[in-house]
Design a protein around this ligand. Sequence first.
Ligand code: NAP
Length: 489
Amino acid sequence: MSTITAPEEQSVVEQTPKQLYIGGQWRDGSKGTLAVEDPATGEPLCEVADASEEDAKAALDAAVEAGPEWSQHPPRERGEILRRAFEEITAREDELALLMTLEMGKPIKESKAEIAYGAEFLRWFSEQAVRIDGRYAVAPNGQGRLLTMKQPVGPCLLITPWNFPLAMGTRKIGPAIAAGCTMVVKPAQQTPLSMLMLAKILEEAGLPSGVLNLITASSAGESTGPLISDQRLRKLSFTGSTEVGRKLMEQASQNLLRLSMELGGNAPFIIFEDADIDAAVEGALIAKMRNIGEACTAANRFHVADSVAGQFAEKLAERMGSMKVGRGTEEGVEVGPLIDDDQRSKVSELVEDAVGRGAHALVGGHARDGAGYFYDPTVLADVPDGANLLKEEIFGPVAPVKGFDDEEEAIATANDTEYGLVAYLYTSDLKRALRVSEGLETGMVGLNQGMVSNPAAPFGGIKQSGFGREGGPEGIEEYLETKYVAVNL
Ligand code: NAP
């Protein structure tokens, strides 16, 4: 039984390629097909190709073969391909947003926001393609010259998660294309459709055969493992969980691959007593509820000055409790389903653990009955130390609120985690804002705002949230090597 409920849903799924894209050819997977389901109903949407180890090797062969020509391809033309793809994605926003909502569950409005965000990486890197430069310097002793140049890293493997099905791809594909790298892309098996459409759009935008190769697979390790141990691969860029990131680093150590690791988070959201509480509630709604709470940047825990903690929690509960939960395609829905039953069970367990230790739910606290993986927006007050959700990534619409005494305690508690992706900070005191920003052990800080993502800024973490940066002028550096020529003069 299919979940597709409207002709336009049927049409976008039908128009999406479902095969592997290797060396400019669309072809079947040697292992047959794998099912993609709609998390709002738990029913299948369609089947896509299932790649074997041999298919994955063929994809790397194609990337290696296309490498030399592509590395010499005029940067302006590399940029223009990206620019054309940006225009096409933007023009087809409605159709692409519907496809994304069907496979991932988020409301259409949020899918549109991701389409715009994802497309912007292609525009940004279309502009960066023509700004790759080097240096010419006189040696300190005056007797020679030091020439440095930037060259593409070479064939890359790009592995992406399900939570942002398009943007997690364009953040890697954009700079790789701009830098002159070729690649094998492996999207998450739960959300391959947006990436398959992106491959088709890039093909139509004139990307030469073999530059981008896409494999979908039911066994990620079986298909990508042999590529990671193949000496022709030069770089692995991974976005996903810290657990899988660790495994991949271990595998990549064999060939000392260049690595970029965008991993898990446990973002603290700190509110001082001098903050504008209404603005903090607005920021909290974005930081917590964007993507149904399934974002690496999602506010995982709210640390609020004792004097305003109760007021903040009440206001947040009122707003979260009034959000409409439902299938992302329905009018007015603000909260879609979680990705699958495992994810929903994990959220339920974390809430039960916190409540069992003394937290109380101001709103929500339950999974919804019926089809799909829905969980009610939840605010937990008086969350005690030791509750698992303060330590673990929740990845769902649950906001734990905890009070703090003073600035020193706020910083110490915020930093008390193995993760270091992003922190949010609300205060009207400029000196405190800078002091606390400097004290936070994260790669990014949202200062009086609930969202940091911006294609023109370096996105990335420290500690066990990984390393490397995506976006900004830094983003393309991940795909470039620096070569130095010692010039005898
Ligand atoms: P995941 O389980 O780590 O999977 C991510 C990707 O890795 C998927 O394509 C997955 O394939 C693949 N994979 C899994 N095991 C693998 C293996 N042994 N070898 C090679 N590839 C493997 O993460 P997820 O559940 O999809 O995504 C959620 C996580 O991503 C969260 O922790 C979130 O914080 C993190 N994330 C981080 C950022 C960031 O920028 N820091 C952004 C978004 C998400 P399958 O689909 O086949 O499992």
